[in-house]
Design a protein around this ligand. Structure first.
Ligand code: ZN
Length: 293
């Protein structure tokens, strides 16, 4: 369960949570190591699918450490490390890597250094599954968004050459076309978004929808080429909105908002493999962006 942008609690998956039996964990999974969770995740999203700028993988910790519990989140922060401790977890599985570039000093001068040091001091490992999870079609970040939006017949928006079932973004159809305003309202509801930044409406129904969790403006040419009616993503800059050229509606729902369901996805992926192990979704909303409405 986690707190969404509206500060309301949401269950990870009510049915799954009711089956959760923490006391059985030590008997059934006494040999579980951090590596066991990593292997299960990388069977879905292998590390070689990550982008060259990325730093997905085990960032803090030793793979052979015996596993006590797992905390799933979008961003690793000091508060998340504390939450892991409070929940008895010694592995954080985050979507975003806490470390992107080389750290030369550990002086606790910024949140990255403080989070890494807090994790090391507390013996909490941090693993990130980032663009490799973005780049898989089945069970990836974008399939989860497409499911939330109810899209059908999804296909990769930009297939990765030489990699079956891998690529960036997805495109799919709404079961029934929607009016543009109705669609934008649906985005707020389905993606728990407080606001949607969008381009000029074209007064045409929305049927074909492209999606990309997080910063997706690089996929606008692909969405245009595929003749999508709308492109749902985040982190569009002012000048990039002009590039829609009235050919589709860009709908920017916010970075955190577009990717928050990745937490639920990660929980499901590991729960399927280790159904009685101690797994927790964060209760914290790590979105650094706030809205005054
Ligand atoms: Zn992201």
């Amino acid at each position: 369960m986690w707190r969404n942008a509206n500060n309301a609690f949401f269950e990870c998956n009510t049915n799954l949570k009711t089956q959760f039996k923490p006391r059985a964990a030590f008997n059934v999974y006494k040999d579980m190591q951090i590596q066991s969770v990593i292997e299960a995740l990388e069977a879905i999203a292998p590390p070689y699918l990550q982008e060259s700028y990325d730093n997905a993988g085990l960032i803090v910790g030793r793979p052979t450490t015996p596993l006590k519990g797992v905390l799933f989140c979008l961003d690793s922060t000091e508060a998340i490390v504390q939450e892991a401790l409070d929940k008895g977890c010694n592995l954080i599985v985050a979507h975003h890597p806490i470390v992107f570039k080389g750290l030369k000093r550990f002086n606790e001068n910024n949140y990255v250094e403080r989070t890494v040091m807090a994790a090391i001091k507390a013996n909490v490992a941090i693993y990130a599954i980032h663009t490799n999870l973005d780049n898989v079609h089945a069970r990836g970040v974008n399939e989860k968004i497409a499911q939330k939006l109810g899209l059908i017949d999804t296909q990769l928006l930009a297939p990765k050459t030489g990699f079956e079932g891998a690529g960036a973004g997805l495109i799919g159809r709404l079961p029934t076309p929607m009016e543009e305003k109705q669609f934008l309202q649906w985005l707020k509801t389905a993606l728990l978004a407080q606001c949607v930044r969008h381009t000029t409406l074209r007064h045409k129904p929305i049927s074909l929808v492209a999606v990309c969790g997080g910063a997706g403006s690089f996929l606008l040419p692909k969405a245009l080429e595929a003749q999508a009616d709308a492109f749902v993503t985040a982190d569009f800059k002012y000048h990039e909105f002009f590039d829609a050229e009235n050919q589709l509606v860009i709908a920017d729902v916010g970075h955190y908002e577009s990717e928050q369901f990745t937490i639920e996805l990660l929980y499901e992926l590991i729960h399927e493999k280790f159904p009685t192990f101690a797994l927790h979704c964060t209760d914290l909303n790590t979105n650094p962006v706030h809205y005054l409405l």
